[in-house]
Design a protein around this ligand. Structure first.
Ligand SMILES: [Zn+2]
Ligand SMILES: [Zn+2]
Ligand SMILES: [Zn+2]
Length: 108
């Protein structure tokens, strides 16, 4: 069964729940625009290696700036990459791609 590209996390809308001034952001952001949104609206850049407090609604974790987007992806927006062949889900695009190449070759 083929998973439609349109349903992949890069294109899906995710609700931002980053809290600024005690207000949750609540904007619906397309996945591939999320890093730019975090940078422009919330000042989070992946070039910042300082450890920052994650201000996502309800989160109390401290995360290095460089890991903030992966942290948000995995913990808060349940961003998963589905295998195009079998639909199995992975937290990272590269692990999905590695799986997909094998999965496709088995003709599953
Ligand atoms: Zn936001
Ligand atoms: Zn968090
Ligand atoms: Zn697969």
């Amino acid at each position: 069964m083929l998973v439609r590209i349109a349903a992949s996390p890069e294109h899906r809308l995710h609700t931002c729940q980053w809290v600024d001034n005690s207000t949750s952001c609540r904007n619906d952001i397309s996945g591939r625009l999320f890093p730019a949104h975090l940078r422009d609206r919330h000042g989070i850049t992946n070039a910042d290696s300082r450890v920052l407090k994650c201000r996502w609604d309800g989160c109390r974790e401290y995360v290095a700036g460089t890991n903030m987007f992966p942290h948000i992806q995995q913990k808060h927006i349940a961003w998963v990459y589905a295998c195009y062949n079998c639909g199995m889900e992975f937290p990272r695009a590269d692990t999905r791609n590695a799986h997909f190449h094998q999965c496709r070759d088995t003709g599953n």
